[in-house]
Design a protein around this ligand. Structure first.
Ligand code: AMP
Length: 283
């Protein structure tokens, strides 16, 4: 695995590979890698001649400075995990390399960013679009891999690719969970053992809510999840919404959309966790 720190060097290598007819896959990450990330890498390795993993903790997508400061970092361990997973290139730029000057671009994703994460993390998706578009520009991948854990991010990235006619295939990968059901996340490293146990209740209630789909309305299921989380003293619910998986707008009836997803954000101590459950899928 090659470890590359500059855009120019990465471009040179990839231009050469492309001229040989190689397909390029990209997995953008912020590091502190876990099995969730590795599942994306493995799929990327399988489906492409070259797998590029970017590791960059992107300041422009953090609306909370404290969250950025305490974000876990373990570059050496990450490099080892990527090597073992068969990644070809690790792109690890510093901030100056990605933002030689302030990125003032403003994206507009309409109603996709007016709900859920877009409401509670103002400017977050603009920052995501800034970094992902830069990475797409440098790597020019055939395919890029994103996790369904960040459901709204996937919708926003797909929209950006469509708006900018980037011609990159976006591959969505299933959520990888701990044995307890807790969705794997770099931020889980910030939880105490007790908090980790309590955080597992988030997925437990989501899974339980799934069993009510045939007997309860979306509003009733929403009520169940909210009540269950609110009854846990160590958890603080930020939002739970049952939405159309394509438009991300709330639904009233299960038949309102062909894909229906319940998205949740919960604080466990000072750590913010997100998760989701697909109630109904078009595929
Ligand atoms: P991050 O490093 O948090 O920006 O995540 C990088 C990519 O890994 C994103 O596309 C995430 O959606 C994906 N990802 C993070 N956690 C998981 C997980 N538990 N299962 C699957 N994909 C994940």
């Amino acid at each position: 695995m090659q470890v590359i720190k500059t855009k120019n060097q990465l471009s040179l290598i990839l231009t050469e590979e492309r001229s040989k007819g190689c397909n390029i896959g990209l997995v953008p990450t912020m590091g502190a890698l876990h099995q969730g990330h590795i599942s994306l890498i493995e799929r990327c390795v399988q489906e492409n001649d070259i797998c590029v993993c970017s590791l960059f903790v992107n300041p422009s997508q953090f609306n909370d400075k404290n969250d950025l400061i305490k974000y876990p970092r373990q570059p050496e361990k990450d490099a080892q995990l990527l090597r073992e997973a068969g990644c070809s290139i690790l792109f690890m730029p510093d901030e100056q390399e990605m933002y030689p000057e302030q990125d003032t671009r403003v994206f507009n994703f309409g109603q996709l960013e007016e709900v859920m994460e877009g409401v509670y993390r103002k400017g977050h998706f603009n920052g995501v679009a800034q970094i992902v578009s830069k990475l797409f520009d440098i790597v020019q991948p055939n395919k890029a891999y994103f996790g369904q854990k960040d459901f709204q991010q996937l919708a926003v990235v797909r929209k950006m690719v469509e708006q900018l006619s980037m011609g990159i295939e976006i591959i969505s990968c299933p959520i990888v969970r701990e044995k307890s059901g807790l969705a794997m996340s770099s931020r889980n490293a910030l939880l105490t053992l007790e908090q980790k146990e309590k955080a597992a209740l988030i997925s437990k209630y989501l899974i339980e809510s799934f069993t009510f789909v045939s007997t309860k309305t979306p509003a009733e299921v929403t009520g169940f999840v909210k009540k269950s989380i609110n009854a846990e003293p160590m958890l603080r619910l930020e939002y739970f919404e049952i939405v159309d998986g394509t438009t991300l707008q709330g639904i009233h009836d299960w038949t309102d959309a062909s894909c229906v997803v319940g998205c949740i954000a919960v604080y466990c101590g000072s750590v913010r966790l997100i998760d989701n459950i697909v109630y109904k899928n078009a595929d």
